[in-house]
Design a protein around this ligand. Structure first.
Ligand code: PGA
Length: 256
């Protein structure tokens, strides 16, 4: 049985003070009622230490077991890479989870297939858990290119990843046209692509790997649509941007 995952992506939001008060207010309510939903937040680098401190305090009270992940990193170990953060730095800060291939990194920061593949390999080599994003633009969808884009993004990113290493990877399907737009994919549209991704994993690996891998949907997930989306057979939860910044996220975790 795959667990449900409710992962927040704060993007470039929240100062250290805002992150601290968010967790102070939210933590008592963030434990999923069904006990079967795991929660994580990808937060800006500067918010990582305070977020981990807050979350650790909460888990010792048995209130929550929440992971804090990094939104980005560079694959090299160290050196002349001004402005970048390495996996060793993240590990030292207590982070074991990273986001790779988000469409904002691909589009705004020009991260290409080669860079994304190197990031996946580096994170696996350092034993990180990865949330790997893929998704098509509106134009690609309208031109019936959705499956082609998903296939090429994932096949490239997973090129040198063994079946054993795949256990450390969660896939997030995020149609670009649904991100931050309030325009969610319908349950059927999201399910269709997530089912396609599971088939692709079976093709690239085998049935066991495809049954085990967690596939999330992302793009305008909110308190109203989370329950139905998370209940689709091939959707194992959500990667949530805007709604993870506020108490609406509690409703997404609990879906009541
Ligand atoms: P959104 O963002 O929920 O604000 O649409 C999702 C994401 O980019 O991960």
């Amino acid at each position: 049985m795959r667990k449900k995952l409710a992962f927040g992506n704060w993007k470039m939001n929240k100062t250290i003070k805002e992150a601290a008060s968010f967790f102070d207010v939210m933590l008592p309510n963030l434990k999923s009622k069904d006990g079967n939903t795991e929660v994580a937040f990808f937060v800006p680098f500067i918010d990582i230490p305070i977020s981990i401190e807050k979350v650790k305090g909460a888990s010792s009270n048995a209130n929550a077991n929440i992971m804090i992940g990094a939104e980005n990193f560079y694959y090299e170990e160290k050196g002349a890479f001004t402005g970048e953060i390495s996996l060793d730095m993240l590990k030292d800060a207590g982070v074991n989870l990273v986001l790779i291939g988000h469409s904002e990194r691909r589009q705004i920061f020009k991260e290409d297939y080669d860079l994304i593949q190197k990031k996946v390999e580096a994170a696996i080599a350092k034993d990180f858990l990865i949330t790997l994003c893929c998704g098509e633009s509106l134009e690609e969808r309208e031109n019936n290119k959705t499956f082609d884009i998903i296939d090429s993004e994932l096949t490239s990113a997973l090129k040198n990843i063994t079946k054993d290493n795949l256990k450390k990877i969660i896939i997030a399907y995020e149609p670009i046209w649904a991100i931050g737009t309030g325009k969610t994919a319908t349950n059927e549209e999201a399910e269709e692509v997530c089912a396609h991704i599971r088939k692709l994993i079976e093709k690239l690996y085998d049935k066991e790997a495809s049954d085990e891998i967690h596939i999330l949907y992302g793009g305008s997930v909110n308190a109203q649509n989370a329950k139905e989306l998370f209940n689709m057979p091939n959707i194992d939860g959500g990667l949530v941007g805007g709604a993870s910044l506020k108490d609406e996220f509690i409703k997404i975790v609990n879906r009541d």
